[in-house]
Write a new protein. Structure first.
Length: 127
């Protein structure tokens, strides 16, 4: 029922089917990340040497890459949770910088986007 109230607020930005589509994209990605499809289970444990020095070095490199992937997953999960909060607050699909609607193409590609393409490009060029 809350979705319908928010949809009425967002009526000028997306239609009902798009609203549900974006929400479902976010929820599916959140579920994927939350159910532990991460690679951390295969990280070798410290103190368990297996193989020659080349194998050990490869294992350390793999563990480092997998840890970074896990960190990236955590950041993405936070971004998705923030997007779902914006849904509840009726701010989803609105650029946080300029206040203009975020394009449907951008929301389709990155449904957790906080900024329209122009504002995001401007931010990226300044950093």
């Amino acid at each position: 029922m809350a979705d319908i109230a928010i949809f009425r607020y967002m009526a000028g930005i997306v239609d009902k089917s798009e609203f549900l589509h974006y929400k479902n994209l976010l929820l599916a990605k959140q579920q994927e990340l939350s159910t532990g499809k991460s690679l951390l289970g295969s990280i070798p444990r410290a103190g368990e040497p297996h193989g020659d020095p080349v194998d050990l070095a490869a294992g350390e490199t793999s563990a480092t890459v997998q840890m970074r992937l896990k960190q990236t997953d955590s950041k993405l999960l936070r971004a998705i949770e923030d997007a779902l909060t914006r849904f509840r607050q009726g701010r989803f699909g609105i650029c946080e910088e300029c206040g203009q609607p975020i394009s449907k193409a951008r929301l389709e590609a990155v449904p957790w986007a906080r900024y329209c393409r122009d504002c995001k490009e401007r931010q990226d060029s300044q950093s």
